[in-house]
Write a protein that binds this ligand. Structure first.
Ligand code: V47
Length: 374
């Protein structure tokens, strides 16, 4: 049954959604500007249920951030440090390999590996790190390096993006996370992350990765100095690349956390806008299969509500999160598998444990082993 929308413009968008028609940038602006959050959420939920029914995905993963030393000084970031900063850290290979095994007794299926742009660690060092992880944890999927890190490795080694990606893939990189995209508007990028590759370069690296058969995720950082038009433009650029490559698996909207950054004055996003962001992205990104409500960023409470506003994935157990913690994230860095199950079930959804490529994982709890169902 269709609700009576408070905002009549949503009725026109509803007709498009029902007919499976693509939404325009103008529709995107309407979705961002209408106060009718329930209307937008209803539409997004319709698409979400058409794609995934009641299923809600989660995984058992562990984040690994090998170093926080970073040559970039992005205003948006509270994580990166200069090498001479006494609080900066860089783990050795042995520390990384050993730490990867820490955490819950639950067997992880994914390591999510990202770090700062370190001026001295070589591409060979990263390849060795991946080989060592694969050797020790052969069943664990390595989701590693943002497009920004690939850009930096290419700059330092003078290799092409393709060559860097091929080497990392050869060493064990299975897929890539979606970070570092921030917002593609060059005007905004110059202010919040002027040391990073441009938005066009981010898209180019993703295109090459996808063409090499490396799947990735994609993100958008919102809630700082960008406009609604910048957000729509960002979503349409991702949608455009996805039409070409089909390489994106999941979109993750990331709310800006201002604490300890050079943009503290900006303030935090609100629950209303966090929920809206999930819903708008579900509606605009008609060709990206999954929308993730990343509980670390949204809080488990809001992420749970997002499961009825367009999201079909909660991310994972995470275990040790640093990027949001450094930026004042209030959420603890880890959830147990049982916590994720409860959040999903209480929202009336059916939990499905997945691996990184969204294949269902069957688990024998007592034996602490898992099988990926293909
Ligand atoms: O790349 C950095 C962003 C990203 C801040 O692909 C900040 O499955 C908010 O990309 N406030 C890291 N955001 C997180 C990320 C991610 C998380 C979960 C899953 C996946 C995935 C990817 O966070 C960074 C940057 O875009 N970020 N600083 C900040 N102060």
């Amino acid at each position: 049954m269709t609700p009576a929308f408070e905002d009549s413009r949503l009725s026109t968008i509803r007709d498009k959604v029902e007919e499976g028609q693509r939404l325009s940038s103008e529709d995107g602006l309407t979705l961002y500007r209408t106060p009718d959050l329930l209307g937008v959420g209803w539409l997004a939920n319709r698409v979400r249920e058409r794609l995934h029914g009641n299923k809600t995905y989660f995984n058992v993963n562990r984040h690994i951030n090998p170093t926080d030393v970073c040559v970039a000084s992005c205003k948006l970031c509270a994580f990166g440090k200069k090498a001479k900063d006494p609080t900066a850290y860089t783990w050795s290979h042995e520390q990384i390999w050993e730490r990867a095994g820490h955490g819950y007794s639950e067997a992880v299926t994914e390591f999510h590996i990202v770090g700062g742009l370190h001026p001295e660690l070589t591409l060979d060092w990263y390849c060795e790190m991946l080989r060592g992880l694969k050797q020790r944890y052969p069943k664990v999927h390595l989701k590693a390096f943002t497009m920004v890190e690939i850009g930096y490795f290419a700059q330092r080694t003078k290799l092409s993006h393709r060559e860097v990606l091929e080497r990392l893939k050869g060493a064990g990189m299975d897929s890539m996370p979606g970070g570092g995209a921030e917002i593609f508007s060059e005007r905004v990028r110059r202010i919040i992350c002027d040391h990073k590759i441009s938005g066009d370069q981010w898209i180019d690296v993703a295109r090459i990765a996808h063409k090499l058969g490396i799947h990735s995720n994609c993100t958008m950082l919102y809630g700082h100095i960008e406009t609604e038009a910048d957000r729509v433009d960002h979503l349409l650029k991702l949608r455009g690349l996805q039409d070409e490559t089909r390489g994106f698996q999941t979109f993750i909207p990331l709310a800006f956390h201002p604490d300890n950054t050079a943009m503290e004055h900006v303030g935090k996003t609100t629950g209303f806008n966090d929920i809206r962001e999930i819903a708008v992205s579900r509606l605009m990104l008609d060709n990206i299969p999954h929308i993730k409500a990343y509980w670390v960023m949204m809080t488990p409470q809001i992420a749970q509500i997002a499961l009825r506003f367009g999201a079909d994935d909660l991310d994972g157990t995470v275990v040790e999160e640093k990027i949001y913690r450094d930026a004042g994230g209030a959420t603890s860095g880890s959830l147990r598998r049982g916590d994720l199950l409860r959040l999903i079930q209480e929202a009336g959804r059916e939990p499905v444990e997945r691996d990184t490529l969204y294949r269902a994982v069957e688990r024998k709890e007592a034996e602490n082993v898992f099988t990926v169902l293909v």
